[in-house]
Design a protein around this ligand. Structure first.
Ligand SMILES: [Zn+2]
Length: 237
C-alpha cells in the first residue's frame, strides 16, 4: 500500500464522515495577528460577519471528560470552532490540546488559572499571562494569537500587555449561559437561539469543560442549522 493511501485511510479512520445533512463550516475568516478586540459584550462586532453567521467558541478546556465529546459532535457536523484554553489543563492534558488543534480548530488563551483578574495585583496578572503563554508555546509549538478574559473581566494591565504583544482580545456576542447547572439541551438551545435572535449572529460562547454542553452540542448544532445560522471558522494568520 502506498504511503498516500495509508495516510488517507488513517485520516478516514480518525475523522468520521460528515452527516449527510451536516451543518458544516460555510467559510473561514482569517484575521491578522494584531492588537484588536472583538465581541459586542464589550467591544466592536467582528468585522466581515454577515447576518446569521456565527463563530463557535469553547472555553475552559481541555477536559478529558467532556472535550472529546465536543470534538466528536463538531466532527460529525463538519464544524470548525475556536477553543480558548486555560494554561493549567493545557499543560496537564497536552495530548488532548494537540488533538483539538490537529482536528483543525483554532486555539486561543483563557488565562493560566481561571482568575478574577481585577482582584489580582498587576504583577500577578502579568505572571498569569506569562505562564499561560509559556504553556501554549510548550504544548502547541506556536505563538498564541488570541485571548479571552476569564469571566470577561478585563483589566487595564492585561489589556495593555495584550496590545503590546499584538494578541487579539475576543469577547462574545451571544451564548447559552451554559455554566449555570442542570440545564437540558432544550433549555440551552432556547437560550442560545434567544440571544442569537437579538445579536443576529456573531461570536458564540460555550464551554467544552461543561458536561451538559458536551451532551447538548449535537442538538445545539442541529438547532443552529434548522434556524438558518451558518458557521464561520475564525483563524489567525
Ligand atoms: Zn472561562
Amino acid at each position: 500500500m502506498g504511503l498516500l493511501m495509508s495516510l488517507a485511510l488513517a485520516a478516514a479512520a480518525t475523522q468520521p464522515a460528515c452527516a449527510p445533512d451536516a451543518l458544516g463550516t460555510s467559510r473561514t475568516l482569517t484575521l491578522p495577528r494584531e492588537a484588536a478586540a472583538w465581541g459586542t459584550a464589550q467591544h466592536a462586532a467582528l468585522p466581515a460577519l454577515a447576518p446569521k453567521e456565527v463563530v463557535l467558541t469553547f472555553d475552559d478546556g481541555p477536559r478529558p471528560e467532556s472535550t472529546p465529546l465536543v470534538l466528536k459532535a463538531l466532527a460529525e457536523q463538519c464544524v470548525q470552532a475556536s477553543f480558548f484554553m486555560n494554561g493549567a489543563p493545557l499543560q496537564a492534558h497536552a495530548e488532548l490540546a494537540r488533538r483539538v488543534r490537529d482536528a483543525g480548530h483554532s486555539v486561543g488563551m483563557h488565562g493560566f488559572r481561571h482568575e478574577h483578574f481585577p482582584q489580582l495585583s498587576p504583577a500577578a496578572q502579568l505572571a498569569d499571562l506569562d505562564a499561560m503563554t509559556a504553556a501554549y508555546r510548550a504544548v502547541l509549538g506556536s505563538e498564541p494569537p488570541a485571548w479571552r478574559f476569564p469571566f470577561l473581566e478585563e483589566t487595564p494591565t492585561l489589556l495593555a500587555a495584550l496590545r503590546e504583544r499584538a494578541i487579539t482580545v475576543m469577547s462574545v456576542d451571544a451564548g447559552a449561559e451554559d455554566w449555570l447547572p442542570d440545564q437540558t439541551p432544550q433549555m440551552l438551545a432556547d437560550k442560545l437561539l434567544g440571544q442569537l435572535a437579538k445579536s443576529g449572529g456573531g461570536i458564540v460562547l460555550l464551554h467544552d469543560a461543561q458536561d451538559q454542553t458536551a451532551r447538548a452540542l449535537p442538538f445545539l448544532l442541529q438547532q443552529l442549522k434548522a434556524n438558518g445560522y451558518r458557521v464561520v471558522h475564525l483563524r489567525w494568520q
